[in-house]
Design a protein around this ligand. Structure first.
Ligand code: URA
Length: 228
């Protein structure tokens, strides 16, 4: 785990407590200690793990969050509408580097999404070619025809506009119009396009899990910190 040694104002601003220019004021109002010593001077250097504010440890230097995304919430920093970041504590939204989603879910898709301010981790896990297992539950407009499981497992399905076939995906039929689908890629609108490719339409999509993380214990809109 990281334990940076830097100026107090740099700790405070990168973790979203206040801006660098407000650090002096912040230290008057809040009791910041480095070990046993109360600090008023924002230019003093200290290790992250030695700092407390009002008796609490500083927020972690790296955040990884699992969130159960509700429908209607957008995975973007700058779109009109309700952004996913508005579900997080305000201080987390002020961090630098910013917290971003690892990949995206469509606005009408619900379920498991990870967020982090660790750019390297984000890049690694959001790579559409990376073998991260994602499990979805999809409600379909039309009853299944019966050959979908074989087609998805074949490794020979081409999405509209793509020149490379999808990797094999596992389909489990839950009812004639409800399935569980396990995929390892993360192409744009992948699940909806897979069902479009077999003449069907996804009416409702929920991501049950991303990698080993499921949202079964989280209500819609709830989140928790995780470690990988
Ligand atoms: N596939 C889709 O079509 N939409 C999502 O949101 C996620 C996967």
């Amino acid at each position: 785990m990281k334990n940076s040694y830097k100026r107090i104002d740099a700790h405070l601003s990168s973790l979203g407590y206040c801006t660098r220019s407000d650090a002096k004021k912040f230290l008057k109002i809040n009791e910041l200690f480095v070990n046993e010593n109360r600090v008023f001077n924002p230019s003093i250097k200290a290790y992250h793990n030695d700092i407390t504010i009002n008796g609490e440890n500083l927020d972690p230097e790296t955040l990884i969050i699992l969130l159960n995304k509700p429908s209607g919430v957008i995975c973007s920093h700058n779109d009109a509408g309700v952004l996913i970041y508005s579900l997080l504590p305000f201080r987390w939204t002020q961090r630098n580097p910013k917290i971003s989603t690892i990949g995206r879910l469509d606005v009408d898709t619900t379920g498991a999404i990870l967020l982090t301010d660790d750019g390297t981790l984000n890049h690694k896990l959001s790579n559409p070619k990376k073998d991260v297992v994602k499990v979805y539950e999809a409600h379909l407009k039309e009853p299944l025809k019966g050959d979908e499981e074989k087609i998805f497992a074949s490794g020979e399905l081409f999405l509209n506009g793509e020149s490379k076939a999808l990797l094999p995906a596992k389909l489990e039929v839950l009812s004639p119009t409800c399935v569980r689908l396990e995929i390892v890629e993360g192409k744009y609108h992948q699940v909806k396009r897979m069902f479009a490719a077999v003449g069907n339409r996804v009416l409702k999509l929920h991501r049950i899990s991303f990698d080993k993380f499921t949202v079964e214990d989280l209500k819609e809109g709830e989140y928790k910190q995780i470690s990988l």
